[in-house]
Each structure stands twice: as structure tokens, then as C-alpha cells.
Design a protein around this ligand. Sequence first.
Ligand SMILES: C[S@@+](CC[C@H](N)C(=O)[O-])C[C@H]1O[C@@H](n2cnc3c(N)ncnc32)[C@H](O)[C@@H]1O
Length: 155
Amino acid sequence: MTEALVPMFTPQPIGFVRSPFKDAAAVPKGLGAKHEEEGVLNIFPEFDLGLADIEGYSHLIVLWAFDRSEGFDLMVTPPSDSRPHGVFSTRSPRRPNPIGLTVVELLRRENSSLHVRGVDMLDGTPILDIKPYLSSIPSEILRRGWLAEAESRKG
Ligand SMILES: C[S@@+](CC[C@H](N)C(=O)[O-])C[C@H]1O[C@@H](n2cnc3c(N)ncnc32)[C@H](O)[C@@H]1O
């Protein structure tokens, strides 16, 4: 094991996702895939105080664990392209640290449950962290790499 892969901390879930997706094949994939399904982020009661003031945000960043993915590939061919790309320029579940990131719309909070739109996680996915989404990058300077090229090839 290289030094970079020595664990620095042991992640503990702060809750679990309730999602309509029971298996990976059901999650929309590829160019133009839309993630509009609703789900619930059920946060454990001991972290409830940490949700204070979260209702003020329209969108949240959810960090979660790819708990049903094993191993990693450094080059992957994503469903949105026919060409291989380095794993760190993709959102592949098969990555050295199997951490997922999804931006969801916060619909409402009910105690320790956050009702959200835009889930792409499987039902029962462990949640590692939640942060408010605050984008400050102007669209005119944002570059979208190989994905923009794949979209323009598709036409
Ligand atoms: C391409 S990844 C993107 C995930 C996240 N938006 C990201 O960027 O990190 C989405 C795919 O991850 C897979 N997936 C979702 N939840 C998972 C889980 N708990 N374990 C393993 N794979 C999962 C599904 O196949 C889904 O289509």
C-alpha cells in the first residue's frame, strides 16, 4: 500500500439515503440523463443539532459512500462517452476512495429527515456528510472537459 492510500480516518455514516433506486441499472445514465427523482436523507438523531439552519438553503452537497462498488480502475469508459478517461475526470463509482458527491434540491425538512430531489444513489446508501451548495464559478469561465466534447459530437 502506498503512503497516499493509508487511511487517515475511519468514515462513520451520519445517516442513510432512502431512494427509489434499488439497483444500479435503474439510475439514469449517459449524456443528457436527468436526475429528478425524490428521496430522503435520514440523518441519525445524534446529528440532528447539526441540521440547524439547513432549511435556508435550496441545494445541498451530499457526500456518500459507494458501498456497493468494489475496487477501482484508473481508466474508465463512462456511459456518456465511447472513449476512456482517467477516473479522476469522471464520476465512476470504481475509484480509490469510493466517495460519491451529489447536489440535491432541498424540498423540506421533517425533524431528522431531509426530503430532496435529484438523488442518484441507491436505496440504503450511507451518507458521510452534507454541506450547503454555494456555486460561485461564473458559467463563462467554467470548462466541462471531455464531457462537453462528447456532447458536441452527439450534436
Ligand atoms: C456515475 S455515479 C455518480 C454519483 C455521484 N453523483 C458522483 O458524482 O459521485 C452514479 C452511479 O453510481 C451508482 N451507485 C449509486 N449508489 C451506489 C452505491 N451506494 N454503491 C455503489 N454504486 C452506487 C449507480 O449505478 C449510479 O448510476
